[in-house]
Design a protein around this ligand. Structure first.
Ligand code: SF4
Length: 426
């Protein structure tokens, strides 16, 4: 059956208007290392953030043997190794490949997939998205065209609870009540209903049509202003079956809670936060030792340990992982800053740690410069280092508000910005 979508039904323009770029996408990967001030950096894509325990052990050993020993979680649930020795690329690739972390060298930078980290563990959502995750990753790696995607193009697989649906992915699949799925293109209103088992193929088709439409000149769906609906219509036209739909309400929820998570059958899983996404060798070893069969890295720089008893929580707390949902670390993020990044005006991680206060309210993100690498989507407090000080602003409904330049007390300014009621701000 041909799908009906909330968008015009015609072929996409072969002359799609896209941003003209004068450089290639230089996004780092596991095979394309980035030269940082603290050594080479590798970004290893972990689709859905799901790591088997043996894969986690190999990553930890690689960090210790080749890098500075730490693992850094990204806002897409990927892992970065820093401080890598020059010339270690082949050794790193061998280690990753030996445990299935490099299933396709040509696709290693395009396996950007976030997935609801608690899917199937807490009785929430409408479906377990793990079958989608496996199928999407396999289809991506089998698609010659998809190898041309930029390292920034993002897929989101949401089990219906609305967590990763709010992360601004280029293609989002969201489980629907009653066993179906919604397919959304970018942040637009371009939404179609697809059959659950058809959904991963539909997501890859969107990416392939995107590449055809832009001839590989665009990196993200947001560069196709006004054309995402046409792109979706062309995608759905090629699907063997789909169901008509009206655009659903796109409710978005917050990050997973920290501490024990209980399933309807009483089984527990553990949810922990890595302060600023940085995991020491001791913390990673404890997580790996606690895992029963896998770890799930979250886009909020946390780790879920599925089906692990509550008795492991004190071990995780003892190495400095956050297991208390009221911790002042919850909602605090930062880029790498000094000394790892030459562009940074400050050691933002140290300054963020020194400014911690308990603040129920907006998340806060500290950046060492205006690029704001890794900043969150949606409303948040934006703290940016400048020449000679910091600027604290509130990002609310896409607008920058209440900017405070060089406040006399950073901690007080950040807390005030996080807890102020911004709903009446103009
Ligand atoms: S935001 Fe600026 S300082 Fe921070 S990592 Fe990115 S480029 Fe470096």
């Amino acid at each position: 059956m041909l799908a009906a979508v909330s968008t015009p039904s015609c072929s996409p323009s072969p002359q799609a208007t896209v941003v003209s770029r004068d450089r290639d996408d230089a996004c780092p990967g596991a095979l394309r290392l980035h030269a940082a001030d603290d050594g080479a950096l590798a970004r290893i894509r972990i689709p859905g953030g799901v790591l088997r325990a043996d894969q986690a052990e190999v990553l930890g050993r690689a960090a210790r043997d080749l890098g500075d020993g730490e693992l850094h979680l990204t806002s897409r649930g990927n892992v970065q190794l820093r401080g890598l020795e020059p010339g270690c690329g082949a050794d790193l690739a061998d280690r990753l490949e030996s445990v299935g972390l490099l299933p396709s060298w040509r696709h290693e930078r395009v396996r950007n997939i976030v997935a609801s980290p608690l899917s199937g563990l807490d009785g929430q959502g409408f479906a377990d998205v793990r079958p989608w995750l496996r199928a999407l990753d396999e289809l991506l790696c089998a698609s010659e065209a998809a190898a041309r995607l930029s390292g920034r193009f993002l897929f989101a697989l949401d089990d219906g609870r609305g967590d990763v649906a709010g992360l601004g992915a280029d293609v989002t699949l969201r489980a629907a009540p009653g066993g179906g799925a919604w397919l959304r293109v970018g942040a637009s209103d371009a939404v179609a209903a697809v059959r659950f088992e058809e959904a991963p193929r539909a997501a890859v088709l969107v990416a392939e049509v995107f590449l055809e439409t832009t001839d590989g000149r665009a990196w993200r769906m947001s560069e196709l202003a006004g054309q995402t609906g046409v792109l979706l219509s062309e995608t759905v036209r090629r699907l063997p079956a789909a169901e008509p739909t009206a655009r659903p309400a796109w409710r978005v929820t917050a990050e997973p809670p920290y501490g024990p998570v209980t399933a309807p059958d009483g089984t527990t899983s553990l949810s922990v936060l890595a302060p600023l996404g940085r995991l020491t060798a001791a913390q990673w070893s404890e997580l790996t030792a606690s895992a029963v069969h896998e770890l799930r890295l979250t886009p909020w720089r946390g780790v879920i340990l599925p089906t692990v008893p509550v008795s492991r929580l004190p071990h995780l707390t003892a190495v400095g992982l956050i297991t208390d949902p009221t911790s002042p670390w919850v909602g605090v993020g930062a880029c790498i800053g000094r000394p790892g990044c030459a562009k940074s005006h400050a050691d933002v991680r140290t300054d963020a740690a020194a400014s911690l206060t308990r603040a129920d309210g907006l998340p806060v993100y500290w950046s060492g410069c205006e690029r704001r690498c890794g900043r969150p989507r949606g409303d948040h407090v934006d703290v940016v280092a400048k020449d000679g000080g910091y600027q604290v602003s509130v990002i609310h409904d896409g607008f920058t508000r209440n900017t405070n330049h060089n406040p006399s007390s950073l901690a007080a300014a950040v807390t005030a910005a996080r807890t102020h009621d911004h709903s009446h701000d103009q």
